[in-house]
Design a protein around this ligand. Structure first.
Ligand code: PLP
Length: 373
């Protein structure tokens, strides 16, 4: 198998698995217990929290563990809107469904939502954001890196605009964490979401950064866990896994980019130059180093993906969360509607070799020839 779908999910790293194993086995206590067998796990959770904090330049107490980034995104927007009377939210047309569908649900509850457009290269126009903010705007929710195209939003500038206009800023940084240097001390987001399974930790564990003094109300009420900010017995093994993955991501951030970029560039260049009727979707440089999204004009992306699967090549046409939907990619649709049914995303990990790239290019060419008959 050649796996080119790392923006969808990543394999659990063996060191992450090893770090988690004791907490599936002998160390199965409840961290809220008063006796040591359980209570000692509090320290284990705090070690993981410190690692997640370090990865993004935060303080430990600003990190909240959640069950996934979908929960983190919902929690951040919920926190921002339930602590004010303002009823306007700004997001973009290319956000992940965990932001878009929550915003749509809020429209049903009387909130006004502005969905900012992007240009044909997937870039956000900052003046659109500035113009959309009103004295009723409670929160701006914009992603750091797009999951389908890898396009990076100008998060620093967005944060400055929000700060200067007195509006809270939530950033879905799921695809950026571990691939881009993130420091919340210099990029002044109020809330930032991340998830384990894009970072070689398991699925089902996420985190939310909440800037100290940013307004907060829980989405999940329950016990005293997470300083009463998120109820529910802590998922100790997965929290340990996220902590280990965060530590590894911090140490290997530079290597990730230097290893993956030449492979991504080789794949992209070979396809664009040797397969007719192809074009890149997304800005050529303002983009994650591991992602390339390509339009194959005249070819249905789903047909191409099925043929690639026969070669044991895993790629996708958009977000895995919407893969069972008949709808075309809302991200490509917002950039260039003519391409939305013809786009394929290849998202690479560090395991990819030049030999793999050559195999994929050959398979893509053969598949396109078959589909063009
Ligand atoms: N935000 C983005 C940009 C994503 O790519 C994803 C996952 O695909 C999510 C949020 C949701 O993450 P999770 O699967 O942890 O809920």
């Amino acid at each position: 198998m050649i796996y080119l779908d790392h923006n969808s999910t990543t394999p659990v790293h063996p060191e992450v698995l090893e770090a988690m194993m004791p907490y599936f086995g002998t160390e199965w206590g409840n961290p809220s217990s008063t006796y040591r067998f359980g209570a000692k796990l509090k320290g284990v959770i705090e070690t993981a929290r410190a690692e997640v904090a370090k990865l993004i330049g935060a303080q430990s107490r600003e990190i909240l563990f959640t069950s996934c980034a979908t929960e983190s995104n919902n929690t951040a927007i919920h926190a921002a809107i339930t602590t004010t009377d303002k009823r306007h939210i700004i997001t973009s047309m290319v956000e992940h469904s965990s932001v878009l569908n929550y915003c749509r649900a809020l429209e049903g509850r009387g909130y006004r939502v502005t969905y900012l457009p992007v240009d044909p290269e997937g870039l956000l126009i900052l003046t659109d954001l500035d113009n959309a903010i009103t004295d009723q705007t409670a929160v701006v929710s914009l992603m750091w890196a797009n999951n389908e195209t890898g396009v990076l939003f100008p998060v620093n500038e967005i944060a400055k605009v929000c700060r200067s206009r007195g509006v809270l800023f939530h950033c879905d940084a799921v695809q950026a964490v571990g691939k881009v240097d993130i420091d919340v001390r210099t990029t002044e987001v109020d809330y930032l979401s991340l998830t384990g399974h894009k970072l070689h930790a398991p699925k089902g564990i996420g985190a939310l950064y909440v800037r100290r003094k940013a307004p907060f109300k829980p989405l999940i009420y329950g016990g005293h866990q997470e300083r009463m900010l998120r109820g529910g017995t802590e998922n100790v093994p997965l929290i340990v896994g996220l902590g280990k993955a965060a530590e590894m991501a911090r140490k290997h951030l530079a290597d990730f980019n230097t290893q993956v970029r030449p492979m991504r560039d080789a794949l992209e260049h070979s396809i664009l130059t040797s397969v007719p009727n192809t074009e890149l979707n997304g800005h050529v440089s303002q983009r994650l180093t591991n992602t390339t999204n390509i339009t194959f004009r005249g070819i249905e992306s789903e047909s191409l993906l099925i043929l690639l699967d026969h070669y044991s090549i895993c790629a996708s046409s958009g977000s895995a969360c919407l893969a069972d939907s008949e709808d075309p990619s809302h991200v490509i649709n917002a950039m260039k509607p003519y391409a939305s049914r013809h786009a394929v995303r290849f998202s690479l990990g560090t395991d990819i070799t030049k030999h793999n790239v050559d195999t994929v290019v050959r398979a893509v060419k053969e598949a396109i020839e078959k589909l063009s008959i």
